[in-house]
Design a protein around this ligand. Structure first.
Ligand SMILES: Cc1cc2nc3c(=O)[nH]c(=O)nc-3n(C[C@H](O)[C@H](O)[C@H](O)COP(=O)(O)O)c2cc1C
Length: 179
């Protein structure tokens, strides 16, 4: 089984990114398991880290540590990374010397209602991932723009885009297996 730690950078119930992640899960090759990370964590605070690393952050850290690869599916907020996602990544990178992202293959994806499909947020994530010593899938990229029109009323991606999502997941799983 190929274990993928999945981050959805939105807590919103109707999230386009949550829909995209679940469609990617459905269209992934056989033998792939998505393990969703809960981003609803306390705000990172070094005092709390030292005194009592939160159980919820430990749970997130353990999912990443046990994974073969990491998939981030996120909106763009104010031309960057949503705070909940960055906060979770900060927790998982700590305590110092125990960065659970170290060496993990990473794929970035994002959906937005707008035209640029989270390109700037993904660009910022490449900087963060480089520092965290992750192995980034360069191609294919997945900027799921104008996404309000790309899902049906049940949250399924419309047929036209299924092949693209399938190809993206196959490429990521091949990349994970190479590393
Ligand atoms: C605080 C905030 C900032 C936003 N900034 C951007 C942005 O910089 N670029 C963009 O394309 N969309 C931006 N949006 C719109 C989001 O792309 C849109 O709300 C999207 O649906 C959020 O993802 P979700 O559906 O997964 O929750 C922003 C939304 C919020 C709430």
């Amino acid at each position: 089984m190929t274990e993928i730690a999945v981050f959805v950078g939105s807590l919103r119930s109707g999230s386009l990114n949550n829909k995209l992640a679940h469609n990617l899960e459905k269209l992934a090759p056989e033998g792939v398991r998505f393990n969703y990370v809960d981003l609803n964590l306390p705000l990172y605070n070094a005092d709390v880290e030292e005194a009592n690393y939160p159980e919820s952050a430990q749970k997130a850290k353990d999912i990443v540590a046990a994974s073969d690869g990491v998939l981030i599916v996120t909106p763009e907020y104010n031309r960057s990374v949503p705070g909940v996602l960055k906060n979770t990544m900060d927790w998982i990178s700590r305590p110092h010397g125990t960065n659970s992202f170290d060496g993990k293959p990473l794929a970035l994806a994002g959906a937005s209602g707008g035209p640029i499909g989270t390109a700037v947020a993904q660009s910022d994530l490449r900087h963060i991932a480089g520092y965290l010593n992750m192995r980034l899938l360069g191609q294919p990229e997945l900027y799921f723009n104008l996404a309000n029109d790309k899902f049906d009323e049940n949250g399924q991606v419309v047929d036209e885009y299924k092949g693209r999502l399938e190809n993206y997941m196959q490429s990521f799983v091949d990349f994970v297996q190479k590393h």
